[in-house]
Every structure is written in C-alpha cells, then in structure tokens.
Design a protein around this ligand. Structure first.
Ligand SMILES: Nc1ncnc2c1ncn2[C@@H]1O[C@H](COP(=O)(O)OP(=O)(O)O)[C@@H](O)[C@H]1O
Ligand SMILES: CC(C)(COP(=O)(O)O)[C@@H](O)C(=O)NCCC(=O)O
Ligand SMILES: [K+]
Length: 255
C-alpha cells in the first residue's frame, strides 16, 4: 500500500492506495500548531478503524502548500510509519513541462492536479480547485502547464463579509432559492454562490480566448466543487479525488 498526503491550507487529505485502487481516504484539519506525535495518533487511529496497519505502507508521498507542516508530517512518517516520504517539489519527476516563470513558485497541489488531469482527460484542459483559495490551472494541447489564476476561496470570501461588515453575520455556504434575497442571509448567499459561479464562467471564457482553445475540458475538484458546478455549465466534470490520484501517479513515476 502507499499513503498519499495532500497538505492544504484548510485540510490535510490522506489516501491509501493498493496499486491503482483508492482503498480509504481521510480528511483532517490543517492545524499549524499540531505536532508529529499528534498527527501520528490521529492517523494511527484512522488506520486502526479501517482495519489497516502502518506496517503495510510501502511508501509515502506528500504534497504541501503549508511549509511549516511539512517537517511535522515528514517526522510523523519517519517515526510512526518508518518510511522516508517523497516530497513533491524540485527534483521530482512529474512528467509535466512547467511554463511558470519560476517553476518552484507553483503550489505543489496545482502541479499534482495537473498531472492527474493530463493522465485522465484529453488536453487542452483547465483544472479548477475550490480550496481555501480557488486555483485555475491551464494545460495546453501539448500537455504543457501554462499557469493560471488564483482567486479568494468561497470560505475566505464569505468570512471577509462577516469580519469586515458589522451587520453581516457568519452564514452557511448554501444555495438560496432566488438571486433576489429578501433577508440578509439570503442576500449574502445569493451574492456569494451566484457571484462565484459567474466568476468561474468569466475566467474560463477568458482562458479559452487566451489559449485559443474553443474546446477545452474543465475539471473541478476541491471541497466546494460540487456546490459551484451545480450553478454553471462551464464545468464539465467534478473529480473529488483528483489530487490524491495525481499523488499516486507521481509516486509511481518516481520508483
Ligand atoms: N467533502 C466536503 N464537502 C463539503 N465541504 C468540504 C468537503 N471537503 C472540504 N470541504 C470544505 O471545502 C473548503 C476547502 O477545503 P479543501 O478543498 O480541503 O481546501 P484546501 O485544499 O485549501 O485545504 C473548506 O471550507 C472545507 O471545509
Ligand atoms: C494557491 C494556493 C494557496 C492554493 O492552496 P489551497 O487552497 O489548496 O490550500 C497554493 O497552491 C499556493 O500556495 N500556491 C503558491 C503560489 C502559486 O501557485 O503560484
Ligand atoms: K487543494
């Protein structure tokens, strides 16, 4: 078995693979003050509840966009699983040609998503990851990673209204029935959800123009992908496991 770990700004997602098959996946909060021992206990318990054991883990691969947690998770792997993990970063074979000005600057999760998308779908394509931030990653017909766009995530946008406007409450990210809200909560939900769908459409339209690719497959992933995909025609498919798949593929490429 191999263990794939994606450290995002909100969640750490773990996937346990046997060959190409995802056997189990778990989602933990990203707690920047947690220790290797604390994550060790949590992950050990999750394994135990799923009737799997650290002894069966042949290798671990990690992608992270939260630098302070990398060492913590690496330490957890070495101490409890007894494996030195592979880190997605410089020196790792991804099979992607990165056209970013400075390839070291691209978030590891974005690279991993692109690797999985190129493997599973036909290029050219765009991956939209609705995480803490929402990222757009563009891959051309020759499978080159071109870059993309980064916008505030749905959670961040919602939180900003609550934090900065005294009379606006914290709301649930739920789709309201109508765009014309007749109370504060519905008005906020309408603005956030329908506005976000419009934003995604606008960015995808511009990407198509700039890439000169009228036919472009758009794949969505991340915690909030389903919510927005339901409100726009510009997303062709939601693939919640895209990042874990990418990690599994990169692990195999580096054996
Ligand atoms: N399965 C899910 N269903 C609904 N919301 C989710 C789910 N998974 C994550 N979320 C929410 O989506 C947001 C982004 O999470 P995630 O995609 O894990 O972000 P990141 O990769 O930045 O850690 C968070 O607010 C999280 O609580
Ligand atoms: C854009 C991100 C914050 C998204 O992270 P996430 O929402 O998945 O936690 C992350 O990919 C990142 O820190 N990227 C580095 C900057 C870049 O990709 O150009
Ligand atoms: K992510």
């Amino acid at each position: 078995m191999i263990l794939a770990v994606d450290i995002g700004n909100t969640n750490i997602v773990l996937g346990v693979y046997r060959k190409r098959e995802l056997l189990h996946h778990f989602r933990l909060s990203t707690a920047r003050q947690s220790t290797a021992d604390e994550y060790g206990v949590l992950i050990h318990n999750l394994f135990h509840m799923s009737n799997i054991s650290f002894k069966d883990v042949e290798g671990v691969i990690i992608s992270s966009v939260v630098p302070p947690l990398v060492q913590v998770i690496v330490e957890m792997c070495v101490r409890y699983i007894g494996k030195d993990p592979l880190l997605v970063g410089p020196g790792i074979k991804t099979g992607l040609n990165l056209r970013y000005e400075n390839p070291r600057e691209v978030g590891a999760d974005r690279i991993v998503n692109a690797v999985a998308a190129v493997e599973q779908y036909k290029c050219p394509l765009v991956v939209v990851d609705f995480g803490t931030a929402t990222t757009f990653d563009c891959i051309d017909a020759g499978a080159n990673y071109l870059g993309g766009a980064i916008v505030p995530g749905l959670g961040i946008s919602t939180e900003a209204l609550y934090q900065r406007a005294s009379k606006l409450p914290r709301i649930e990210l739920e789709k309201p029935k109508k765009v014309i809200g007749r109370n504060t909560v519905h008005a906020m939900q309408a603005g956030i959800i329908f506005g976000y769908a419009g934003q995604v459409e606008g960015i995808v339209r511009r990407i198509k123009q700039e890439m000169n690719a009228p036919v472009l497959k758009v794949i969505a992933t991340g915690g909030l992908a389903t919510l927005i995909a339901g409100e726009t025609d510009c997303i062709d498919e939601v693939n919640p496991m895209l990042t874990l798949e990418g990690l599994r593929i990169i692990y195999d490429r580096n054996q």
